[in-house]
Every structure is written in C-alpha cells, then in structure tokens.
Design a protein around this ligand. Structure first.
Ligand SMILES: CC(C)(COP(=O)(O)OP(=O)(O)OC[C@H]1O[C@@H](n2cnc3c(N)ncnc32)[C@H](O)[C@@H]1OP(=O)(O)O)[C@@H](O)C(=O)NCCC(=O)NCCS
Length: 331
C-alpha cells in the first residue's frame, strides 16, 4: 500500500515562558533573543505534568483529524530525547493512555531529526503491509535538560508534542521519500552527558553545519524525486532559530510565505518541531489538502534528514497534476 499522512495533532504545555520572564533570571534581553533567534516565547512543562500526557493529547488530536480510533493503531513510534524516565520509553505509556491496546510501541532517538526517521519507518511498515495505521510522534521536554543558568542556551529550548497518523492512501503521492545523513565526528559540538544531562552547544559552529546540511539534504532529495523548489507548496524546516530557517529557505529559493516560522512561539522543541509546524500550518489554513510538503531537520549526532510528502488528500494532488512529477520509490 502507498503510505500517506492521514492526520496531524499537537499539544503544548499550558505554561508560557516569555523572553521577559527570562530577562529577570539571566543576563539577556528580549531584543537580543528576538534579533539573534526569532524566539519570543516557549512552553515548559511544570509540576507533575508529564510528557506522556502531552504526547497522548497530540496523538488523540491526530486520530480525530484523521477520523480514526485508538483501536485502529498498529504501532506507536515516539521520537524523543527526553522521556519521562530513562526506561521505559514513552511509547508504552502513551499507547495505554490513548487506548491503543494492540499497538506495537517503540521510542527512537535521532535528536531533532527523530520525527523524520519515525515517518520513514512508519511509511515502510505501511508500504510493506506489516501495519495499516502508525502514529508517529515527536515529543520533547527540553526544559528538563536545559542549563537554566547558561544564557547561551537557556533561551533556546521549549517543550511540546506533535503527532501524525500514517496510513494507506489509494491515490496521489503520499510519503514520497527521504534523505538521511550523519557526522559522528562533530558530536562534541552538541550533546548532553549522562552524568549531568544538560544540553551543551557550540552555537556558531552548529549554526553553520545546520544550514549547510539541511540545504544539501533538501537539494539531494528534491533532485532524486525529480522536483525543484517551485514544486514545493509548503516547507517545514526544523525550528531552531529563525535565521537558520531563513538561510535554508533562501539557499533553496523557497519564498518565505511558503515556509513555517513557528519558532517564535515554541522555541526549539527538537523532535516535536516539525509536527508542531505541520499542525500549526494546517490550523492557520496554510497547508491545504493536496499540497506538496518538504521537511528537513538537523540536530545532535550530528544527525539530519529531509522528507517530502503530499498533504493528506491524494486525489487533490492528482488533480493538480503534481503527482505525476514525483518519482517516488514505488513508481
Ligand atoms: C545559539 C545562537 C542563537 C547564538 O547566536 P550567535 O549570533 O551565534 O551568537 P554568539 O554565540 O556568537 O554570541 C554573540 C554574543 O552574544 C552573547 N550572548 C549569547 N547568548 C546571549 C543571550 N541569551 N543574551 C545576550 N547575549 C548573549 C555571547 O556571549 C556573545 O557575546 P560576546 O560577543 O561578548 O562574546 C546561534 O548560534 C544558533 O542558533 N546556533 C544553532 C542552534 C541550532 O541550530 N541548533 C540546532 C540543533 S538543535
């Protein structure tokens, strides 16, 4: 079966932390944070709120959006680097809270690229017939591994969860393909140690690599699929810094009105960033059914990935004549 994205959902913790809230705690300013990152606020879990509850809300919203029930779910794949406990992972708790009683459950860690890896795995399960409906979740509580006393990173991260339901589609493009890569030698530029699990980042170097790798991966994938930037209706790059998003969009020649910019309200949410961007875009009417969507992410590892998918309605993309242009794996 051809795999496609059938539904999307997201959830953010109720607590909003503005730049002004951080200025009281750190030697920083709203002006610096907005100018250097584009971030104005972020959401953080508080008290006894759990990431499993947040991820469950996102999954429930994705199922509602797709018109499916928890019992339809064959697998729950959760990309996260910040599960509620070291073990077990998030997926068993989320599946149980959701009522997905017969689902396979697994967490994966590919840092900010995790959601795209999950999407690829889900697409492969559906394409091979080993599963029919797979929930792919990006869920992070980065506030838990942020050094709240280090101004160079404390302002950058937020918590959130986004989920997509992947399932079979009969027409159109569906989930068309991916491009992945890694560079383990550069891991010391962005990491969190087990003993003192706080994110450490050489910001400027990570910035440089993020722009280069996300641009290259997107270019390679578009070329392989027989596409160029003009075919992309909506572009969702990982939201780490608005300047990175702009640099990648400009390098690829994607006009800014077709680019996701939700870092302003969420900050960097690692694996949750792309599904949060997709959900926000659908809500705001910027992502109509039948659109062709490109996604790209880069993060710790370094691990990066790019993906292209049609948005939900295969028939709509067929009618626009776009489906014929895309060289998917199955054609
Ligand atoms: C982290 C990042 C925002 C820093 O922005 P930058 O423009 O590179 O800033 P620099 O690190 O060069 O710092 C410039 C100055 O601002 C200062 N500064 C850093 N954080 C600050 C803050 N929150 N408030 C005020 N000043 C700050 C620095 O100390 C430095 O001061 P100096 O010039 O006196 O030494 C940026 O490098 C970045 O986004 N990196 C990549 C993040 C990323 O891609 N992550 C993806 C993987 S998750």
């Amino acid at each position: 079966m051809k795999p496609g994205i059938l539904g999307i959902g997201d959830a953010l913790p109720p607590r909003v932390v503005t730049n002004a809230d951080l200025v009281g705690e750190l030697d920083t300013s709203d002006e610096w944070i907005v100018r250097r990152t584009g971030i104005r606020e972020r959401h953080w879990l508080q008290g006894d709120e759990t990431l499993a509850d947040l991820a469950t809300s996102a999954c429930a919203a994705a199922l509602r959006d797709a018109g499916k029930e928890p019992g339809d779910v064959d697998h729950v794949i959760i990309a996260t680097i910040t599960p509620d406990q070291l073990t077990p992972g998030l997926a068993p708790a989320v599946a149980a809270k959701l009522g997905a009683e017969h689902a396979g459950v697994v967490d994966l860690n590919a840092a900010c690229a995790g959601f795209l890896y999950g999407l690829d795995h889900a697409a492969a399960l559906v394409e091979s017939g080993r599963a029919r409906h797979v929930l792919v979740v990006g869920a992070e509580a980065l506030s838990r591994i942020t050094d709240h006393e280090d101004r160079s990173t404390a302002v950058l991260f937020g918590d959130g969860a986004g989920a997509a339901l992947v399932g079979p589609i009969s027409e159109g493009v569906g989930i068309a393909g991916f491009e992945f890569g890694y560079d383990a030698e550069l891991a010391p530029l962005l990491y969190a140690e087990r003993e003192r699990p706080l994110l450490r980042m050489a910001g400027q170097e990570v910035y440089r690599h993020a722009v280069a790798r996300m641009t290259e991966a997107s270019e390679r994938l578009l070329e392989r699929l027989g596409l160029d930037a003009t075919s992309i209706d909506y572009f969702v790059p990982h939201q780490a810094n608005a300047r990175i998003v702009i640099a990648v969009a400009d390098a690829l020649d994607v006009p800014h009105e077709r680019v996701s910019f939700n870092v302003e309200l969420t900050a960097n949410t690692s694996a949750a960033s792309i599904p949060l961007g997709l959900a926000a875009a659908q809500r705001d009417g910027r992502l109509p059914a039948g659109a062709l969507v490109a996604m790209v992410a880069f993060g710790a590892g370094f691990v990066w990935g790019a993906g292209v998918s049609s948005w939900k309605d295969g028939a709509a993309i067929d009618k626009r004549g776009k489906a014929q242009k895309v060289k998917t794996r199955s054609t």
